[in-house]
Design a protein around this ligand. Structure first.
Ligand code: GRF
Length: 202
């Protein structure tokens, strides 16, 4: 499968995918990253892509007349790489109508909480503030809501009394990276079916 990854930050999830592909080989893993897109420049995620010799593209909201024009530009820039699967790996923008019309059902996102608890940009902080004793990460399909799409897989992380947001997020990210590598490979190799909202990878 051809995979385009979208990033906004440090790109450690992207790196985990790149490392798995390098170790296992694209054929055995079932997927290759063909390009990396971002909504901003100057991020480590793009440097990682460039270091891996991958084409990158940047689509900034502020370079477009409005959100709809940005959505269209991101959709077209992504479509140019003909992905079978899009992975939003720490991409901090809501994907728009055009994007989902084209790539819905094959765009996955990773979120640092156990959805449907603590959706949105501060999943780790919100779980801590709530006093949750366990949290984790969720890999899910992207739909038109904020972190509301069908769940594909989840990983659990215990909250420690001494945790702050960054310590907890780091432990979640360790689980998140291996979960994402596992899910993307299995989706690429086996596809999936749904039973209502339930996603089953055969
Ligand atoms: C991940 O925890 C992701 O779920 C969240 O931001 C983090 C991105 O990390 N939205 P990285 O850029 O892959 O290192």
């Amino acid at each position: 499968a051809r995979v385009v990854a979208l990033v906004s930050g440090s790109g450690t999830n992207l790196q985990a995918l790149l490392d798995a592909i390098a170790e296992q080989g694209a054929a055995a893993y079932g997927a290759e990253i063909v390009a990396v897109g971002a909504d901003r420049d100057g991020i480590a995620g793009l440097e990682r892509a460039e270091r891996a010799g991958l084409p990158v593209y940047v689509c900034r909201v502020k370079d477009h007349a409005d959100r709809a024009a940005w959505d269209l530009a991101l959709t077209e820039a992504t479509a140019a790489y003909e992905p079978d699967l899009v992975v939003s790996a720490g991409f901090m923008k809501i994907l728009g109508k055009e994007f989902l019309a084209r790539f819905g059902g094959r765009t996955v996102n990773t979120h640092p909480a156990l959805l449907p608890s603590f959706p949105g940009a501060h999943g780790v902080r919100d779980a801590l503030a709530y006093g949750a004793k366990v949290t984790g990460c969720t890999v899910h399909f992207v739909d038109d809501g904020v972190d509301t799409g069908p769940v594909i897989a989840q990983g659990v992380v215990e909250v420690r009394d001494e945790d702050d947001e960054s310590a907890l997020h780091e432990r979640i990210k360790e689980v998140e990276r291996s979960l994402l590598v596992d899910v993307v490979g299995r989706l690429a190799r086996n596809g999936y079916r749904t039973e209502g909202r339930k996603v089953v990878i055969p």
